[in-house]
Write a new protein. Structure first.
Length: 78
């Protein structure tokens, strides 16, 4: 795998962190990827559930629904 266009400051930080751990930059990058991807993020069933879960700790929101009207007949363009 090759990763292009890595910012120089990011490479410098990776180099310093790898040196602090006594390993190569490549091994340090593998360890970072391994750690980041070792646990699966729980997925919600759908967008509505994800939004509900995000706002539930804040108390949620009760919204009144507007009354629905019957659908109109389509316009005849012939």
């Amino acid at each position: 795998m090759t990763i292009r266009n890595v910012d120089e400051s990011l490479k410098r930080r990776l180099r310093m962190q790898a040196a602090a751990h006594g390993r190569s930059m490549e091994e340090e990058a593998r360890d970072i990827l391994r750690s980041a991807l070792s646990t699966d993020a729980p997925r919600t069933a759908n967008l509505a559930d994800a939004i509900r879960a995000r706002f539930a700790p804040l108390g949620g929101a009760d919204l009144s629904l507007a009354p629905r009207e019957p659908m109109r007949e389509p316009v005849d363009l012939s």
